[in-house]
Design a protein around this ligand. Structure first.
Ligand SMILES: NC(=O)c1ccc[n+]([C@@H]2O[C@H](COP(=O)([O-])OP(=O)(O)OC[C@H]3O[C@@H](n4cnc5c(N)ncnc54)[C@H](OP(=O)(O)O)[C@@H]3O)[C@@H](O)[C@H]2O)c1
Length: 337
């Protein structure tokens, strides 16, 4: 194939919250497809908090982007040319790719998998509730949190992409769920999704009192998406043998050099509790089961997908800025034609 490939690249490293000028829209010729590679037309980008980390010049579980690199992110797309055994034109794939109309991917692309997407009119769902966000919620709750019926499960960023699914799955697993979020609108949304109690951490009153009122018997599992002040406030309210699931620490991502000092870590000893981080794709033994149970819950209407979608490659930087401003609910998605 010949033609132009439009992409969003890193123009400069953000300081704090990313700004529109940190990104640049560029055009380049479509790259050739070598043996062992395939050309994918990207259709859906997952706008994830992890992308903010790739923009800093700091080692993490992946190397930082260089200035001028296309912005790395999970994408779902259709194979339009393939010299990669096992992948044919017309296949739908999901992988860590970049904010570009077309990506050349090899077998080593992170998270590369063929995606069975029976509902072609709802491809975005396979990047959210039926995709990485849902799988992350499931793996965090079952593999790391070891939830069981009757547990009290608290979840931060409860109206967000992973948090809303985690809350709904924990309820379906017979747990009592407590959402932690930041505004009356998000509180109302969480109640609508079926959380048993919801804490607005920005409302008047101390976080300590709000958590005590919502969880008088203590918290068996805390599914943490944010870290910082909320993690610190939850620790004294853990039940004996509680589990803290470290899914993410978004409260630190815009200010990674000034991390909130956690003061209550000693509560892990007092409560004989555990705290463990995880990466979803390091738990492949849970993914098949997760995919099938989440699909069934969505089909039966027991689990409600929640997403906010914008359209066009140019929309991606603003979608990330809104996500990192705490302005979004549900899965933040950018769809390409
Ligand atoms: N471990 C894994 O494999 C894995 C996979 C996917 C995602 N994650 C992590 O999961 C977490 C949630 O990701 P997501 O995609 O579902 O995001 P999200 O929850 O949809 O969006 C961000 C939400 O985080 C909350 N937040 C709290 N402090 C914030 C701050 N200082 N700046 C911005 N937002 C803040 C806000 O919710 P409130 O207004 O309710 O506070 C905001 O709406 C992230 O930490 C991400 O890195 C981990």
């Amino acid at each position: 194939m010949t033609g132009i490939n439009r992409k969003i690249t890193l123009a400069r490293r953000p300081t704090g919250l990313p700004q529109a000028d940190d990104f640049h829209l560029q055009e380049a010729p479509l790259p050739p497809v070598a043996d062992g590679a395939m050309l994918v037309r990207n259709r859906v980008f997952a706008i994830d908090a992890a992308i903010r980390g790739f923009l800093d010049d700091r080692p993490s579980y992946l190397p930082p982007l260089a200035i001028g690199d296309p912005i790395r992110g999970m994408a779902l797309g259709e194979v339009v040319d393939s010299r990669l055994p096992g992948f044919a034109v017309g296949d739908t794939i999901r992988a860590l790719a970049a904010w570009e109309e077309y990506s050349v991917l090899g077998a080593d692309a992170l998270g590369l998998e063929k995606c069975d997407c029976p509902d072609r009119d709802a491809l975005s769902l396979y990047m959210g509730t039926l995709g990485p966000s849902g799988l992350t919620a499931y793996v965090g709750l079952f593999a790391i949190g070891r939830i069981k019926p009757g547990d009290t499960v608290a979840i931060s960023a409860a109206a967000g992409a992973v948090g809303n699914v985690a809350g709904q799955i924990a309820r379906l697993a017979g747990c009592r769920t407590i959402g932690v979020t930041s505004s009356p609108d998000k509180v109302a949304l969480c109640r609508d999704l079926g959380f048993d109690a919801v804490i607005d951490y920005k409302a008047p009153g101390t976080l300590d009192e709000k958590i005590a009122a919502a969880a008088p018997q203590g918290i068996d599992v805390y599914f943490d998406n944010v870290g910082g002040e909320i993690l610190d406030a939850i620790l004294p309210h853990l039940a004996d043998h509680g589990r803290v699931v470290i899914c993410g620490m978004i409260a630190n991502y815009n200010h990674a050099d000034e991390q909130y000092p956690i003061r209550n870590l000693w509560q892990l000893l007092v409560k004989r509790a555990t705290m463990q981080g995880f990466l979803t794709y390091e738990h492949p033994e849970f993914l098949g089961e997760a995919q099938s149970r989440i699909s069934n819950w969505v089909k039966s209407g027991d689990l409600r997908p929640l997403e906010n979608i914008t359209h066009g490659l140019e929309a991606a930087p603003d979608a990330l800025i809104r996500l990192m401003s705490g302005k979004t609910t549900g899965k933040t998605i950018v769809c390409l034609p």
